[in-house]
Write a protein that binds this ligand. Structure first.
Ligand SMILES: [Zn+2]
Ligand SMILES: [Zn+2]
Length: 318
């Protein structure tokens, strides 16, 4: 592929992540500036808040949409598509795949493929987002914007390739975010007419409810790659440098118990002790009671006992 062809292929990949005759180099860690432009634009678009102004409704919507999508990312992109810690039917699988895709963190299969690679190589030289190997900024955002980060190794997600609807939203990964923007704009315009007292409109609601909410959601999510391998305590002597961190667990709805998660990734629950708040797990538990999901993988008794023993030893240490 010539330089010009590669330039245009990267622009096409803004819309169709598989565009172009070749596949991206899955090993190259060079920054792909063209491909990253929409991601940079998303950040700059937050500054439009100075033009649109703000309203209480826009802030509440931004926070609400942040947490709804954080749940879709942690419960489905992570605990379901990457680790299969529970089961659901094809309808709910697609609904939550779409909700996760609206977070603009690429498709569910791309996300799962990279995450499975992370678990296999955690903090090894091969790990694409290890702060130990490549520093904080690389593990936070560098990996996401390089050729290897854009590429997806299909062999890691063979179990999901039989679902054409998942392959579709994974390939056209800008589609769901674009639909979300259109719906939010429509809602804001409708409210401007029907409830002018709220002081919002389409443009303002898109800036706060999508641009700002999505950028905050991205950075909160990737803190698990960067900070949760640096900042916090280590209950288990896992082969990596994963940490448990209460604050990260709060903003990510339970993902901050990352050392627990690396000890036993098959568990749907990541807070192993009663006081380790894991809101995603509580919601999954409710969804199981409501019949939306089933067969939540429990934490095995021996791992729970190991956690109790290690905590007891730590307390008794002089
Ligand atoms: Zn990790
Ligand atoms: Zn994981």
């Amino acid at each position: 592929m010539t330089r010009v062809q590669s330039y245009f292929a990267n622009i096409l990949r803004w819309f169709d992540s598989e565009a172009g005759s070749d596949h991206l180099d899955t090993d190259s860690r060079s920054f792909n500036v063209i491909r990253t432009l929409p991601f940079i634009a998303l950040h700059l678009a937050c500054l439009l808040a100075f033009v649109t102004g703000v309203s209480t409704f826009a802030i509440v919507f931004a926070i609400g949409f942040f947490f709804v999508r954080m749940f879709a990312i942690t419960a489905f992109y992570h605990r379901y598509f990457s680790h299969k810690t529970f089961k659901t039917n094809r309808f709910w699988q697609f609904v939550f795949a779409c909700l996760g895709a609206s977070a603009a963190q690429r498709g569910p299969l791309w996300w799962a493929a990279h995450h499975r690679h992370h678990h296999q190589h955690s903090d090894d030289p091969e790990d694409l987002h290890s702060p130990q190997q490549n520093g904080f900024w690389w593990s936070h955002v560098g990996w996401f914007t390089c050729d290897a980060g854009f590429a997806m190794d299909e062999r890691r997600v063979r179990d999901w390739l039989k679902y054409p609807e998942l392959k579709f939203i994974n390939r056209y990964d800008a589609l769901v975010p674009a639909v979300a923007v259109a719906l939010i704009y429509g809602l804001g315009e409708a409210l401007a007419v029907m409830a002018p007292g709220l002081g919002t409109n389409g443009f303002q609601l898109v800036v706060w409810g999508f641009f700002i909410s999505t950028v905050a959601l991205f950075h909160a999510t990737v803190c698990i790659n960067s900070l949760a391998h640096v900042w916090g305590s280590r209950r288990f002597e896992t082969d990596d440098d994963s940490r448990n961190n209460f604050w990260l667990a709060l903003i990510t709805l339970g993902e901050g118990w990352h050392n627990n998660h690396h000890r036993w990734p098959q568990s749907a629950r990541q807070g192993f002790r009663w006081y380790e708040i894991d809101i995603t797990y509580y919601l999954l538990w409710l969804m199981e009671k409501a019949g939306i999901i089933r067969e939540l993988n429990p934490l095995p008794q021996h791992v729970h006992e190991e956690a109790l023993r290690l905590d007891r030893n730590r307390r008794n240490r002089p």
